[in-house]
Each structure stands twice: as C-alpha cells, then as structure tokens.
Write a protein that binds this ligand. Structure first.
Ligand SMILES: O=C(O)CC[SeH]
Length: 420
C-alpha cells in the first residue's frame, strides 16, 4: 500500500475537520510567543513612544528592544533598521530612494534616465513599481532572465546589464513559487569589487528567505534588505535594513522618506509607531535567531518525505518545478506538477478534501486561472506549469500531515481520472 493511510482517515474517508495547511509561503500564523508579546505590549506599553510619560517611555523601550532583535537576526546594528507596514512598503521605499537619489545626483539638464536592474521572477511589489517608474519617469528597466538550467539569475547576466545610468540592482533572495535561492551574495560581491560601480545601490527582497535559510548582511553586501513579518510567524508589518554608516569614512546608504510627519523612525518613516506589532516582529526575529537551524532541518525533512512519497506514487509523471542540481531551494517549498491532460493544479487542489495549498503566489490567486509566469520564466513547459501546485511546509507540519495530503492528492487525482 503505497500511500500509508494517515491517522486522520477513517473508513476510507478523510476526517474533514482535519485540514492540513501547506501554504506557509502565502502567510504564517503568529507563533504563540509572538502573540503573547503583542498582547503584553498592547496592555503594558500602550504609550506614545515619542512622549516622555511613563507609558511613553515603556513603549519606546519596547520599540528599542524590537529594533535590537530585528538587527541581530540579520547580524546588523539597530541603527540599520526602519520599521514599515510590510514588504510592499519596504520595497517601495527602496525603489523610491534609488529614483530620488538618481534625480538628486543627476542634474535635470542631463537627459539621463534612471536605470534599474532586476530579475524576471520578482514579486509584484518590485515588478509593478518599476513598471510604474517606466511610465511615470521614463525609467529604464532591465529584467534579467533566470536560467532554465538553474531557476536563478546568472551573475554575469546581471553584470552585463549594468549601464552608465544604472542606479539600483534588486534581486530577490529566494522565489516564493519555486523556492529557488538567487545568487545575491555573488552578485553584490562582484559589483562591489568594481569601483566604477560603487554608486549602484544594491537591494534584496528577503521576504521568503528569512526564517528558512541563514540571512546575514555580513555575507550579503547589500545596501537594503526587505523583512516581512508574516512570512516567519510574525505580525503583518515589516522592516527595511539599510546600511547605515559604521565608520566616519563610510557614508550610509541613502534613504528618502515617501511621506512626512511627526519625525518617527528618524524621519525615514514617520507615523506613531505600531508598538504592539513592532514588539511582535522583534520576538519573531528573536525566535528565528534562536531556532533557525531546527526550523530549516524540520521543514527540509518534511519536504523530502513529501516529494519521495509523491515520486513513489507517480514516478516519472511527477515534475518537481524548481529543483535543479546547480541551485538550492528554500527547505520548505515544493512546487510540483503531476503530468496528465485533466490535472490542472487548481482542479486537483479543488478536489482535495482537506489540503490547503496553492497553485502559485497568493497575490495572483484572485485573477482567473492562468499559468504562472514565474514557472514559464523558469523554463517549465506550459503544459507542466498548468498542472503546478505549490506546497510550502511550516514549523508545525508533521509527517502525518504529509501522509494526509498525499492520501488526499491521490484520491483527488483518482476522482478526476474517473470522470475524464
Ligand atoms: O507567494 C505567495 O503566496 C504570497 C506572496 Se506575498
């Protein structure tokens, strides 16, 4: 019996009240310790961090502790961290800064337009901003294609795209659909080794990587790094790392505010601080700093078990999208297709009784079914990409959950085959 009957199955039917969530790349629940931190902060540090009252001082302390915890997670210093409302704001702040910095350092008389380099698999919070800049500011954008042999951008391809008016290179650290880790460290090291490119700003959107792989600005010589709480059991806010100066000789990476107000976050991101959520984000970062190795090991074991079980059932009909010998994947992400005329990923998942997964990025799910452009950009043939399903494991996922999901998928495919 290839598919071991999970403990959650009785009399051939899955216990419907036992739903298995395997969409942790879309979002994660709060870790219980994060929830407690948020609740305690809302109760006991409700003051305005800018005011000198006792409640205000308590609130300011909570923000300072969180800033320290966020910075420690990526081996930065507290001065490098600005709290934002989430990944979209952090990414927009970086792109806005690069645009403004280019405009400030290039006189209006110059007919040079800012040039941005990114990949063709970025999240919309980078891709659509650059599309807007092309329209609004006549910016130039180069989308470096990922290799079909690795699912990652080629370092030399990024270097070759650099022009005299290049102001920013932004490459995500890991892709949300395939999980493929991008060569950001090598790209940044190569660019920083060339003095003629010293003015080019470097950014990575680390949204999907944090909490799954080691992310350190000591090994990633970026100027900016995006942090997104709800991808690693934290609240729905975010932070932006920007390289602040460590020595009098070294200039900080520039940061231009997108809006103005009460001077919070050193005027980089004004607005009375969301102390409860900031404290929660700090706690989530603290837990990653403490437990990353165990988190990654657990998720990798589950993903391997999941893919080996699927392989044992479907053999060569199983395509693991994003698995390449020349690149690494996030330990929790498994993007798979089962070959078959009637096995569109959305149809298989719809026929599953108790599996919560996705066919791709949640932010695209509202649109009518369309083949993932990330997968086709990665070189996955259309008919395979159409059958893709993305399963992303979490910290609480168990082997029995995997057995349940495999059992569910096999039943769903049998039901579809029976009606085709
Ligand atoms: O990949 C996802 O599901 C969410 C991107 Se915000």
């Amino acid at each position: 019996n290839i598919t071991k009957k999970p403990r959650t199955e009785t009399n051939g039917k899955l216990n419907d009240n036992r739903c298995v969530y395997l969409d942790y790349n879309a979002t994660t629940p709060l870790d219980v310790e994060v929830l407690h931190t948020i609740s305690n902060t809302l109760q006991h540090a409700w003051g305005n961090p800018s005011s000198k009252s006792k409640p205000g001082i308590e609130a300011a302390k909570a923000v300072a502790v969180a800033r320290q915890q966020v910075s420690e997670m990526i081996q930065a210093i507290p001065n490098d961290i600005v709290f934002t409302s989430g990944g979209t704001e952090s990414n927009n702040l970086v792109l806005h800064t690069a645009l403004k910095h280019f405009q400030k350092t290039h006189p209006e008389s110059s007919d040079m337009k800012p040039h941005f380099i990114t990949s063709n698999i970025e999240h919309d919070a980078v891709k659509l901003v650059l599309e807007h800049y092309k329209e609004e500011y006549e910016a130039e954008v180069t989308y470096v294609p990922v290799s079909h042999n690795t699912g990652a951008v080629e370092v030399q391809g990024v270097l070759d795209a650099i022009k005299s008016n290049t102001c920013l290179i932004s490459i995500m650290l890991a892709n949300n659909e395939t999980g493929v880790i991008q060569p950001v460290q090598e790209i940044c090291e190569r660019v920083r080794s060339l003095p003629q490119y010293s003015s080019i700003l470097l950014h990575t959107d680390a949204a999907q990587a944090i909490g799954k792989i080691e992310v350190s600005v000591r090994s990633l010589p970026v100027d900016y790094l995006t942090i997104v709480g709800h991808k690693f059991y934290g609240p729905r806010i975010g932070a932006l790392y920007f390289r602040s100066s460590k020595t009098p000789e070294q200039a900080s990476a520039p940061l231009y505010p997108m809006f103005f107000g009460g001077g919070q976050e050193r005027n980089y991101r004004p607005g009375t601080e969301n102390t409860g959520m900031i404290a929660g984000l700090g706690k989530a970062c603290y837990l990653v700093t403490k437990n990353l190795e165990n988190y990654a090991k657990h998720m990798r074991e589950l993903r391997s078990y999941f893919e080996s079980k699927l392989r044992s059932v479907y053999g060569e009909r199983l395509h693991i999208n994003g698995k390449f010998t020349e690149s690494e994947r996030l330990p929790n992400t498994s993007n798979v297709s089962i070959e078959g005329m009637h096995l569109k990923g959305s149809d298989v998942l719809r026929n599953c009784q108790c599996t919560q997964a996705s066919v791709g990025a949640a932010c695209h799910s509202a649109t009518k079914f369309c083949v993932s452009s990330i997968l086709t950009a990665t070189g996955i043939p259309e008919h395979i990409a159409a059958n893709a399903m993305r399963f992303s494991m979490g910290r609480e996922t168990t082997m029995d959950d995997i057995d349940t999901v495999i059992f569910d998928i096999v039943k769903a495919i049998k039901a579809i085959d029976a009606h085709s």
